[in-house]
Ligand binder design. Sequence first.
Ligand SMILES: O=C[C@H](O)COP(=O)(O)O
Length: 249
Amino acid sequence: MRPKIAAGNWKMNGTAAALCELDALSRALPENPPQVVICPPSPLLFRATDAVHGCPIQIGAQDCHTEEAGAFTGDISATMIADTGATHVILGHSERRDTHCETDADVQAKARTAWTSGLTAIICIGESNAQREAGETLDIIGAQLDGSLPDDVTADNTVIAYEPIWAIGTGKVPSIAQITEVHDFIRSRLTTRFGTEIGNALPLLYGGSVKASNATEIFAVENVDGALVGGASLKADDFAPIVAALASA
Ligand SMILES: O=C[C@H](O)COP(=O)(O)O
């Protein structure tokens, strides 16, 4: 049985004042909540882990360097992230692949260093609008999976998030048939490469304009085990109903 995971990516939003949302979220969690992971900007990590102490919310970072330490001005390492008490790190988000030119090989190297520090890697993949319109979606997703996932992936060290780039922050959501097609494809690719035990155990999240109004039908898709949510994770009032929808899925 795969875990259900509601992950929130705050991206470059929020100062210390935003941490009150964690308290509000914890009070709004359903009785049997899914796994909830909030990924605030890195300056908030220490305070965020303090803020969720004693409640079932985990904290993640949004990126890490491939190296554990060194002369890399402005970067943070997986070791530093783990030191804050965080448990997860998002890797290969399309915004980093785009604005920081991250490659599949970079993502794979980051996953390895994340695991070394005991972090769970949330590895993001997804096609652009041009790639979808050219009929290349499954080829792109397959190549990203092949290149971004190390061979020794396990269901304990990795979560995969499918985020079509054209759905991120746009309000455009793929049809249920499109989400189903890609998630089924990912599942099949994983079982072929890693075997049925690991391939069927790896959690798959959908991301891109998830809101309370569309969460229930997205979570009903067989190979959707949760969501990676951007804008709607910033406020507990918006995120709590998504978490509740996942708990009831
Ligand atoms: O990491 C989260 C995704 O980029 C989705 O963002 P969004 O929910 O604002 O579309």
